[in-house]
Every structure is written in structure tokens, then in C-alpha cells.
Design a protein around this ligand. Structure first.
Ligand code: HGY
Ligand code: MN
Ligand code: MN
Length: 405
């Protein structure tokens, strides 16, 4: 449809916008942009500009999702395209936000083309679930799977999601009412950096996602007894960190029992967390991901048993509560075919080991994803990178998909 020079121009504009919005971050290495924060507010100002330049009408919904809409023929339904604005702590400049930027650029590129349906670009507030022990509020609200109970979940400072959302300008009481009528939705597309090495190894700029892994997070609390590190005899201790350590050290061996399963403890808090007192409490998050939900659930059951055995052996107690779960989802075959045609023969088809807003959107409508090559497979770290060339190709693929749908 356009020549390689024009493709490069779109890619360079994407790179410029993403470099600019990466400044919307808390201080420190990489990008730290949690939902309903000053950084999120600053990012929305730029996303609003992107959407306006693409000719979209823009508003923020009750869940903090920024919605840019382009009208279409009456009764023709709406195609949704989106991703998330938030990042992990010290994350990259492409995870999530690139999908929003590329969607806006593709619509800007098609500003003079009639499309047979309306289109909405969705910039979801919180996909990572790292500030609050929950995630995917935006897409779950649209899909009608939102659990209002998560509004009471609090961040590390004790601020509830309800309070943070209300102070940000959202409307906690109206989130459940955001549910869309599936009849009016033609589908959901998401462009996202691969966050793995497959496309780079294949020498390909883009790939089409076949399925998205399932994920669960479990909040474990080990409770023992603190005391003086210099006077309590070793055999008389109830050390909560010793109780937790057995499970953590055993995770690689446990995960290997289910090929492809990933188990991680990435977050842990000690109390009293001082060098000369025995840990009396350890709170940690055990995250498990797998392509098969049965594998994930079996692994969680095994980990629960191991945590309880470790607590008993150390004279401690343990609680094990599942705080978040998103089942594995297959991408819609028809939308996958649309992306494969637009990307051209030979485009790789690959599963996603990362989870995405698209997983939750699958409860509303057919969904599919286009991955972009990720340098070194590095993600959830400052070195994350997608090239302007590949982003230009992705804009072109999305534009073709929209025109040919
Ligand atoms: O953690 C993930 O898979 C995603 O980046 N939230
Ligand atoms: Mn992401
Ligand atoms: Mn992420």
C-alpha cells in the first residue's frame, strides 16, 4: 500500500512519541508508570494528543480507560484496538504503550479512508497489576467480568483502588456499568512487543499470536516469632523466612514437572526486616503461568502443600490465598487469519508467555494480537526495545488489516 520510505516515517514517529511518553515516569531507571499516578496523568495528556491527531473523539471512562472513537456506518458495529498505559517498576518504553501509539498512527494513516465499521482505541489504566494486587480492571469492566470487590484492594501505602480511582477522576461506582453489548463489537486487536526472543531468532519484524498463557498470583503469608538474633538459640526459633525459603528454592524443580510452566516469586516483604531480629512475617506473591490451566492449577496445589510443609518444619503458620487469576485464552481464528493476510505469507505464529489485556477482552468479543520483534527478548527492564522499522511495518500491517477486514 505504501513504500518503504513512508513505512519508515510512521515508524520514526512512533519511536519519537514513545521516547517522549517514556518521560512520564516515576524517578529511577527505565519506566515506572503505575495506574492513577502523576505519571499516568501526564501520559494521558499525550495519549489524548495522539488520539486527537488521529481524528478520534476522546474521553476517559469510569475505570480510567482513555477511549478514542472514530465513528462508522450506523449499525456496522465497532472494532476495538488497545493495550495498557501502565508499566512495571523500572520497565521498558514499549510494553503496553506501544500498542496504543501504533493504533493511533494506523488510524491517522487511514484518516482519509472510509472504514466499514467504527473503531475505538482503548488505553487501559492497569494491566500489570503491580500497584494493586489485582489487574485488568479496564477490559474486565467492558467484558462484564469485573469484580467490584477488588476496589477495596490496597497498594503498599494503604491506598485503596477505589480511593485512587476516584481521586484520579474515575467513578468506582460506575465501573460495573461499563459493560459493552457484545452484539455491537466486531472484535479486539492488540499490538504488543513480543517480550521474548522468537521473532528476533526468526529474523521477522512481526508475528501473529496463537494463544495467551493463563496466569495466577497467590498471596502467601508465613508467620513465626521474632526475637534477638544473637540470643535466641537456633533450635528454639520460629523463623518465617526459613519457613518460606524451602518453597522458593524448590520452584525451578517443581516448575519442570509441567513443560513450559513458569513459577516466580518476584515480590516479598519481611517484618521486622532488620539484620538483628528473627523474621516473624514473610509476605510474598507466587506467580504461576502455563499454556494449560490444568497444569497451572496442579502446580499451585503442589506449591500450597510445600508451603504448608515448610511452615510446619519451621514451627510457623502459613496462609495461601489466590489473589488474581486469568485463564489461558486462544486467539480468534478469523481475526488471526485477518492479521496473517495483512502481515503476508510466512509470518510466524507463536504463543504468548506474557499475559495481556486481550486475555480479558476475550470474554467480550473475538480477539487477536500482533507481536513486534523484541531486541534480545528483553522486557520488564529498561533495555526493552522495538525498532522504528518494525514499528513502521506494524502500522502498515494494522492499516491493511483494517482496510481488508
Ligand atoms: O506480566 C505480564 O505478562 C504482562 O506484561 N503483564
Ligand atoms: Mn504488556
Ligand atoms: Mn508487562
Amino acid at each position: 500500500m505504501i513504500n518503504s520510505e513512508a513505512i519508515m516515517d510512521w515508524g520514526q514517529e512512533a519511536a519519537r512519541r514513545l521516547a517522549e511518553i517514556a518521560e512520564c515516569s516515576a524517578p529511577g531507571p527505565g519506566v515506572t508508570r503505575f495506574p492513577f499516578t502523576v505519571a499516568h496523568r501526564a501520559a494521558i495528556a499525550q495519549i489524548d494528543q495522539w488520539m486527537t491527531r488521529a481524528g478520534l473523539t476522546v474521553h476517559m471512562d469510569a475505570a480510567g480507560t482513555v477511549v478514542g472513537r472514530r465513528e462508522g456506518p450506523a449499525g456496522a458495529g465497532t472494532l476495538l484496538i488497545g493495550s495498557h498505559q501502565d508499566s512495571v517498576r523500572g520497565g521498558g518504553a514499549y510494553d503496553g504503550i506501544m500498542g496504543i501509539a501504533l493504533a493511533c498512527l494506523a488510524l491517522e494513516r487511514l484518516a482519509d479512508r472510509d472504514l466499514p465499521f467504527a473503531v475505538e482505541v482503548l488505553a487501559f489504566a492497569d494491566e500489570e497489576g503491580v500497584r494493586f494486587p489485582t489487574a485488568l480492571m479496564g477490559p474486565r469492566a467492558l467484558a462484564g467480568t469485573f469484580d467490584p470487590g477488588v476496589l477495596e484492594r490496597c497498594d503498599a501505602e494503604g491506598v485503596s483502588l477505589r480511593q485512587a480511582l476516584a481521586e484520579f477522576g474515575g467513578d468506582p461506582e460506575a465501573v460495573a456499568g461499563l459493560r459493552r453489548d457484545p452484539a455491537g463489537i466486531r472484535g479486539y486487536l492488540e499490538l504488543h512487543i513480543e517480550q521474548g526472543p522468537v521473532l528476533e531468532r526468526a529474523g521477522q519484524p512481526v508475528g501473529v499470536v496463537s494463544s495467551i498463557c493463563g496466569i495466577e498470583r497467590n498471596a502467601l503469608t508465613f508467620r513465626g516469632e521474632t526475637g534477638h538474633a544473637g540470643t535466641v538459640p537456633m533450635e528454639a526459633r520460629r523463623d518465617a523466612l526459613v519457613a518460606a525459603s524451602g518453597l522458593i528454592a524448590a520452584l525451578p524443580g517443581v516448575a519442570a514437572d509441567w513443560p513450559g510452566l513458569r513459577a516466580t516469586v518476584g515480590e516479598m516483604h519481611l517484618h521486622p526486616n532488620v539484620a538483628n531480629a528473627i523474621p516473624e512475617e514473610v509476605r510474598l506473591v507466587l506467580e504461576i503461568r502455563a499454556e494449560q490451566d490444568a497444569d497451572r492449577e496442579a502446580c499451585a496445589a503442589r506449591c500450597r502443600e510445600m508451603a504448608e510443609a515448610g511452615a510446619r518444619a519451621a514451627g510457623c503458620e502459613v496462609s495461601f490465598e489466590r489473589s488474581y487469576v486469568q485463564p489461558a485464552m486462544a486467539c480468534d481464528a478469523d481475526l488471526v487469519a485477518v492479521l496473517r493476510r495483512a502481515a503476508g505469507e510466512g509470518v510466524p505464529i507463536l504463543p504468548s508467555g506474557a499475559t495481556h489485556d486481550a486475555s480479558a477482552m476475550a470474554d467480550l468479543c473475538p480477539m487477536a494480537m500482533l507481536f513486534l520483534r523484541c531486541r534480545g527478548g528483553l522486557s520488564h527492564r529498561p533495555e526493552e526495545y522495538a525498532s522504528p522499522e518494525d514499528m513502521g511495518v506494524a502500522v502498515e500491517v494494522l492499516a491493511r488489516a483494517l482496510v481488508e477486514m
